[in-house]
Design a protein around this ligand. Structure first.
Ligand code: DAH
Length: 357
């Protein structure tokens, strides 16, 4: 048997594959490529020698050589893909920021992982004060029907008192029948209905939650704000009980330095009604922009339950009476912490937020 230039092809191919497997970087691969498959490569040199073969052997040898080239080229492609992936991973690892070392506005992250907002903290503190006074805590829905938000509270459709609340309507059912609650007072109605259904009167409860009004935010108002509602339904309740609760609450929450007062007011669901005010803590009563130069800040309203409200939920007004109140939680936070402009509560300025962490 005559010798052929392809006698060692299997070994030579194996060597080429071993060389390819050892290429460690894309640059090395690029450099080695001409020697592996280029014009001066072993495979190309062998190709040229095929001419010496007898014509009957040439076809078979050509096919073997082509197959060897295919194997080598595909090994080279495979290695290229692996090296490219590695290079990409290295580049990403190099670009990665070690957030443990990043310092933003003198706060080292992740040293600070966030904390409850001042409003959430205030709500918890207010709940604690009232729970200590014997109230339980209950919550109601933020989307209400017109009946709960207005009608059951003795505010019939088209009553002028509706103007007291600039209302957001929800596009649901008949126009203007579903609202984002404008106050937490509708939760009173839910509680009274429940108590009637379960024969569980009396009621002593506070109801915190978010409310919405079509108001332009200013130093004392937000369009999304929070109230804590109070409700007592029991036997023999009078305005004196209400005044006592408000006095106790003010002392407990604001301490002895802050003065409070009740001024005659009007709410459709209470009679008599009052407005609950505290000395403006920004100016200590001198008069400033926050309190519109009055020296007082209104925290909310209160009063003795109007018999029409008891009627609406089916409570016998001859046996039961009660009082209610509703205070702004954001206003309580504002006065307790002397925040001149309430909009600070929603501006997410990290320097402000960090003061209450
Ligand atoms: N809901 C009233 C408001 O947001 C505040 C209020 C007044 C609540 C008198 C009461 C109340 O429970 O008795 O303007």
């Amino acid at each position: 048997m005559t010798s052929s230039p392809l006698d060692n092809l299997a070994d030579q191919t194996a060597e080429l594959l071993a060389t390819i497997a050892e290429l460690a970087t894309i640059d090395q691969l690029r450099e080695a490529e001409p020697q592996l498959t280029g014009k001066r490569s072993l495979l190309s040199t062998l190709q040229k020698t095929l001419g010496v073969l007898a014509p009957e052997d040439r076809k078979d040898a050509g096919a073997r050589l082509q197959e060897a080239r295919r194997v080598v080229e595909s090994a080279l492609d495979g290695r290229r893909a692996v090296l490219a992936d590695e290079a990409r991973a290295d580049a990403l690892a190099g670009d990665r920021l070690d957030l443990g070392d990043v310092v933003v506005a003198n706060v080292v992250w992740p040293a600070s992982v966030g904390h409850p907002s001042l409003v959430a903290i205030t709500q918890r503190e207010l709940e604690d004060v009232f729970v200590a006074m014997g109230f339980r805590v209950s919550e109601g829905p933020e989307v209400e029907s017109d009946w709960y938000n207005f009608e059951a509270l003795n505010i019939p459709p088209a009553h002028p008192a509706r103007g007291m609340w600039d209302t957001f309507y929800v596009d649901l059912g008949e126009p203007e029948t579903v609202v984002l609650r404008t106050h937490t007072s509708p939760t009173q109605i839910h509680l009274m209905e429940e108590a009637v259904a379960n024969h569980s009167l009396p009621i002593h409860a506070v109801m915190p939650g978010r409310c919405y009004r079509r108001d332009t935010p200013d130093a004392r108002h937000l369009a999304t704000f929070h109230q804590i509602e109070g409700l007592v339904v029991d036997r023999g309740i009078s305005f004196a009980d209400l005044a006592g609760v408000i006095e106790t609450f003010t002392r407990a929450y604001f301490g002895p330095d802050i003065e409070s007062r009740l001024r005659p007011g009007y709410f459709p669901f209470t009679e008599p009604s009052a407005e609950f005010e505290v000395t403006c803590t920004i100016c200590r009563g001198e008069g400033c922009r926050t309190c519109s130069q009055t020296g007082w800040i209104e925290l909310g309203g209160c009063g003795v339950l109007d018999p029409a409200v008891l009627d609406a939920v089916g409570i016998d007004g001859d046996e039961w009476s009660g009082f209610a109140f509703g205070f702004g939680i954001d206003r309580c936070a504002q006065m307790r912490h002397q925040i001149a402009d309430m909009r600070a509560l929603i501006e997410n300025d990290s320097r402000f937020l960090a003061e209450f962490s």
